[in-house]
Design a protein around this ligand. Structure first.
Ligand SMILES: Cc1cc2nc3c(=O)[nH]c(=O)nc-3n(C[C@H](O)[C@H](O)[C@H](O)COP(=O)(O)OP(=O)(O)OC[C@H]3O[C@@H](n4cnc5c(N)ncnc54)[C@H](O)[C@@H]3O)c2cc1C
Length: 392
């Protein structure tokens, strides 16, 4: 049986960030994924400021920039057509390429990657090691390590198999498609988020990617109250919303519409059980309200790895406690985002916020601080803030 210092299950942004950090720390890392790379991951492909910070930490920002379409801001378009641009370090990087880059960055520092391995079960061998079972090409294999990190994303099945699942249903669903439109791509340098009546309770996006190819989609990123009828709503969105209609008018569709679940809000999965830890979207690290999760998957992958590097010598209980504490410390931020989902349900509130931010510095600065994570998101929901918005 093959032995490692750690078995990482899932080679998305969370798994790769953890693998690179641990391999750099001298650990013998075995990273397993059911997919063969390059593989598609249904996503909007947008990197927001938190992703750039995490890429800086991983020393990968410049490499990622070479694959990316740079954008300079996020533009919010509200239900009534009012708009505001919020500055922040942003880019669009197709996941097909980003995830290969992240994987190679883990491998180049020594992590071993084993594709085509579908995780089945994990059991505690003797209080010191875990035995993890995968199916490969119809057969079964077992591998052993003292530590296991689950980073399998939004699907409930592997989380349940690891015994960490607390809530089966995902938080939400989203769909996206790629559309080439060189005409519109000229001078299009913002991530556009659109609050629209065709996607009430969620939002639509239009993100410009490399080679004049846009990523366009819609999603209900909140509390999963509206997960059916996404395709129908998407059709409504592209036939009624002005910018989406313009993109589609002479755009060439280059991929089918694809959907995927999301787990948001840092809920629904236990962070740790002894030496078995979980990180990334499988513990719900994707933000409510926005559905952005690449940055937080990278960040929490690094966090989990740093916890292991710092506490492994003290044993399982110390690692589990430290990991749970570091993830729980992020919770207030997620709770504030959850509250802000009101914006998606109350168009008048979103309209007022966007109009005020478009007109004046005070509100725009607040949004910018929120987007760039330089201010506590809870501040946006203080009574004092809303009184100022109403009076200005
Ligand atoms: C339509 C849509 C649009 C989105 N848009 C954006 C956006 O624009 N920007 C943004 O930041 N976020 C976006 N997100 C969220 C983002 O995709 C996730 O937050 C991010 O991918 C989470 O990274 P992760 O590493 O935790 O999981 P993943 O990226 O899902 O990686 C998990 C890995 O685990 C592997 N795996 C799963 N099951 C098994 C198993 N049984 N055995 C072995 N391996 C397994 C998978 O093959 C995969 O490689 C979007 C999500 C959706 C659905």
């Amino acid at each position: 049986m093959q032995d490692y210092d750690i078995i990482i299950i899932g080679a998305g942004p969370a798994g790769c960030a953890a693998a690179r950090t641990l391999a750099r720390g001298g650990w013998n890392v075995g990273m397993f994924d059911k997919a063969h790379f390059p593989r598609e991951k249904t996503c909007g492909d947008a990197l927001i400021p938190d992703a750039h910070l995490a890429l800086d930490k991983l020393e990968l920002r410049e490499r990622v920039e070479q694959l990316s379409y740079p954008t300079k801001a996020l533009r919010l378009i509200s239900f009534d057509g009012s708009e505001v641009s919020v500055r922040g370090r942003t880019a669009v990087t197709p996941r097909l390429k980003l995830d290969v880059l992240l994987l190679e960055a883990a491998q180049e520092v020594g992590a071993k990657f084993l594709p085509g391995h579908d995780f089945q079960s994990v059991k505690d061998e003797d209080g010191t090691n875990y035995i993890v079972e995968f199916t490969v090409d119809g057969g079964k294999i077992e591998v052993r390590a003292p530590w296991v990190l689950l980073a399998t994303g939004a699907n409930a099945a592997p989380i349940a198999r690891a015994g960490l699942l607390e809530r089966h249903d995902p938080s939400s669903f989203a769909v996206r498609q790629y559309v080439r439109n060189p005409r519109l791509a000229k001078d299009f340098n913002e991530l556009v988020f659109i609050f629209d009546h065709t996607v009430r309770g969620g939002y639509g996006w239009i993100f410009p990617g490399p080679d004049g190819v846009f990523n366009i989609g819609i999603g209900y990123f909140g509390s999963a109250e509206k997960n059916s009828g996404l395709r129908r709503d998407y059709e409504q969105f592209i036939t009624h919303q002005a910018l989406a209609k313009d993109l589609m008018s002479d755009g060439v569709v280059v991929s089918p519409l694809k959907g995927a679940p999301l787990r948001t809000g840092l809920t629904g999965t236990r962070f740790a059980e002894g030496g078995l830890l979980a990180t990334g979207e499988c513990v719900g690290t994707t933000f409510p309200l926005t559905g952005e999760g690449i940055g937080k998957a990278l960040e929490t992958g690094v966090l989990a790895a740093e916890t292991l590097l710092a506490y492994a010598a003290q044993g399982r209980a110390a690692v589990a406690a430290a990991h749970t504490a570091s993830m729980s410390a992020l919770k207030p931020k997620y709770d504030a985002y959850r509250k802000s989902e009101l914006l998606l349900r109350w168009p008048w509130l979103a309209n007022m916020l966007v109009r005020r931010a478009g007109r004046g510095e005070y509100m725009r600065n607040r949004l910018e601080a929120l987007f760039n994570e330089t201010a506590d998101p809870a501040n946006l929901f203080k009574l004092k803030t809303w009184v100022r918005i109403l009076l200005k």
